[in-house]
Ligand binder design. Structure first.
Ligand code: SF4
Length: 76
């Protein structure tokens, strides 16, 4: 394992979990070629390198506080 926690060439990795199914990083059927411990990548949400999950970013429009207070004063 290198200092980023990625598997080195020829190093053994833990098998993928059910959430990984369909990901393009699965090599030889049951192991991930990117991460050594696939389960830990899913422990805090979606795996950052998963290709089987559609990534959606929530676009939050910045709110101008002055305009918001004017709108509130007008009753809108
Ligand atoms: S990149 Fe992530 S989702 Fe894909 S096989 Fe590896 S751990 Fe699983």
């Amino acid at each position: 394992m290198n200092k980023l926690g990625l598997p080195g060439k020829g190093e053994a990795t833990w098998p993928v979990i059910s959430k990984c199914l369909g990901c393009e990083h699965i090599k030889s059927g049951t192991h991930c070629d990117t991460y050594m411990f696939p389960e830990t990548k899913w422990s805090a949400g979606n795996c950052p390198r998963a290709t089987n999950v559609e990534k959606t970013a929530e676009i939050v429009k910045p709110l101008d506080p002055i305009k918001a207070s004017k709108r509130k004063a007008r009753g809108k």
